[in-house]
Design a protein around this ligand. Sequence first.
Ligand code: HEC
Ligand code: HEC
Ligand code: HEC
Length: 133
Amino acid sequence: MYNKGIIIPGLLILVLFVTFPIWFNGFTTAGDLPKPELPPGGEKECVMPADYMRANHMKLLNEWRDNVIRDGNREILEIAGVKYPKGLQTACMKCHTQQEKFCDSCHIYVAVETNCWECHLTPDMATSKEATH
Ligand code: HEC
Ligand code: HEC
Ligand code: HEC
């Protein structure tokens, strides 16, 4: 004997579960991809192509940190004729000055938290520090 009282609700739950991504996106704004704001200074190039940066910026940052801290190598990068000493504040944040509208717009979407700003300063933090002195 089949027990309809169990099988039918069971099937319904299965269908809801399998189709979850479809209807869930309909109900929430989770389907809207983040739109990180590009550099307000009008720079057109990143240190590497944008596709590469999207996938690998965290690895690149780790590499840079090791280069600078372990090997004392703070190479000067030249991008579109402008020189940037390798570094989070000295390069990335010189172009991507708007940390919240750039870095955080993606990180909040993918629920990634970084502790970088406990020690490093975003351009906004650096400005407000200067203002209080
Ligand atoms: C506990 C404090 C602390 C935290 C947290 C921290 N850093 Fe650093 N970081 C430092 C210090 C100190 C240096 C050395 C600065 C120097 O020599 O110029 C450094 C250097 C670096 C450098 C190379 C030099 C430079 O000017 O950027 C990179 C890149 C870097 N950190 C990236 C990161 C990233 C990315 C995060 C977050 C995932 C992070 N750091 C979190 C303290 C910290
Ligand atoms: C000289 C200015 C400049 C520097 C320095 C720079 N960027 Fe970029 N970055 C850009 C520009 C301009 C774009 C957009 C490029 C494009 O769309 O082709 C970009 C794109 C990106 C993207 C992809 C954004 C997207 O919309 O998908 C990421 C992630 C990124 N940068 C992170 C970083 C990090 C991390 C650093 C430091 C390691 C850094 N950038 C250094 C100018 C810069
Ligand atoms: C285009 C979207 C996007 C932009 C813009 C972006 N990130 Fe990310 N970031 C991601 C994603 C996605 C991950 C998580 C990747 C993973 O888990 O493998 C990540 C992870 C990281 C991590 C590693 C965190 C961890 O604990 O694993 C660091 C550090 C980081 N990002 C720094 C930055 C900084 C600094 C900026 C701004 C200069 C930035 N990111 C801009 C999408 C972005």
